[in-house]
Design a protein around this ligand. Structure first.
Ligand SMILES: Cc1ncc(COP(=O)(O)O)c(C=O)c1O
Length: 363
């Protein structure tokens, strides 16, 4: 069994993916070819954002967004410690300081009720993460941001493209939405890629310039930038994958709901999804004591698992000195969470087998 099954997806889309890749090889515009603008238009339309700017990875999307906001040395950005390192890394790379706010115990999402107490005169942005494919309480976060001088909000939507919050698309909920096309993401390419969404014209222009070394036109470097373009070939692959993405999102919703039923019936503790939003289940995550032992038993039964994430960022060596505020809820979750095989093509019979093996491993 695969943890994430990309082979079945490729088999279903092989014709389109190969045709689109061949087209790029034929026209030869490997950098900023026509597929780049085509993908940006398709994704902007899909999310409802006015602008989509493709970039070389989800990490670069976050970095470029913070650069566009003009993050300076000593500035603070409020975020969650229960995430992938990229979320906080980009803040530190720009000389900023991540301020880690603890998470909700049942969802693992940043606890909006704790954000206001973390705001200081140095706060420049709030960066919630749409963990496992589910958005945080974005309306509550925006209300806090509005009360504090309209702080920009950056949604780290690396795991959540296709999810909705109160009927609105993840990626288009905030000043910026930043997603990743890492192969295992709900919408992935076959390498690195990412995208920034915004409906602010000036910020979009800044991002477009930063992506190409700060150029407003060729060899006019208006600002300091990065080499952050997404390859034409990777854009072509995402365009092909968009053909069945709506179906895949529906599959993920159905499989997530089915996993919930199976886990609840088996008495297995799991992460919770809120009623006002849909998760795309980038991960399907349960909570277990004796995790290492359970993982070993599942591995012996041929079932792969993964841990997202075993150590909160404020406990990681690189971040300890920068921000060691205790976040006990994140600590607890980090000790217990375990993700099960999940992808749009997961057969229900395999899901049954996973939950049965997990129940046996827990016994
Ligand atoms: C929450 C989160 N943020 C950022 C990233 C970074 O994305 P990428 O791997 O495309 O740089 C990831 C992906 O691994 C992620 O899961």
């Amino acid at each position: 069994m695969e943890f994430i099954d990309l082979k079945t997806q490729y088999a279903a889309l092989q014709g389109s993916i190969n045709t689109r890749m061949q087209r790029v090889l034929d026209h030869g515009q490997y950098i900023m070819g026509p597929e780049v603008a085509e993908l940006e238009a398709a994704l902007a339309q899909r999310t409802g954002a006015r602008h989509c700017i493709t970039v070389s990875s989800g990490t670069e999307a976050l970095l470029i967004s913070l650069m566009a906001l003009g993050l300076q040395s000593g500035d603070e950005v409020i975020t969650t410690p229960f995430t992938f390192a990229a979320t906080a890394e980009v803040i530190v790379l720009l000389g900023g300081r991540p301020v880690f706010v603890d998470v909700e115990p049942d969802t693992g999402l940043i606890d909006a009720a704790r954000i206001e107490a973390a705001i200081t005169p140095r706060t420049r942005a709030i960066m919630p993460v749409s963990l496992y494919g589910q958005c945080a309480d974005m309306d509550a976060i925006h209300a806090i941001a509005a009360r504090h001088g309209h702080l920009p909000v950056i949604e780290d939507a690396a795991q959540s493209l296709g999810a909705q919050y109160r009927g609105r698309e993840s990626g288009n909920l905030s000043t910026f939405g930043c997603t990743s096309f890492f192969p295992s993401k709900p919408l992935g390419c076959y390498g690195d890629g990412g995208a920034i969404f915004t409906s602010d014209d000036a910020l979009a222009q800044a991002c477009r310039e930063i992506r190409v070394h700060g150029q407003s036109k060729r060899y006019t470097h208006t600002r300091v930038g990065v080499g952050g373009r997404m390859d034409t070939l990777q854009c072509a692959i995402v365009l092909a994958k968009l053909e069945r993405f709506d179906w895949e999102v529906q599959q993920r919703l159905a499989l997530g709901a089915r996993y919930n039923q199976l886990c609840d019936a088996a008495g297995i503790a799991r992460m919770v999804q809120r009623e006002d939003r849909t998760s795309v289940f980038a991960q399907y995550t349960v909570r277990v004591a004796n995790r290492a032992q359970v993982q070993d038993r599942l591995k012996a039964a041929g079932i792969p698992t993964a841990v997202h994430y075993p150590v909160p960022l404020n406990r990681q060596p690189a971040y300890l000195e920068l921000c060691s505020t205790p976040t006990p809820v994140a600590d607890q979750l980090a000790a217990e969470v375990m993700s099960l095989p999940m992808s749009a093509d997961l057969p229900p019979a395999q899901q049954d087998a996973v939950v049965q093996a997990l129940q046996a491993a827990l016994a």
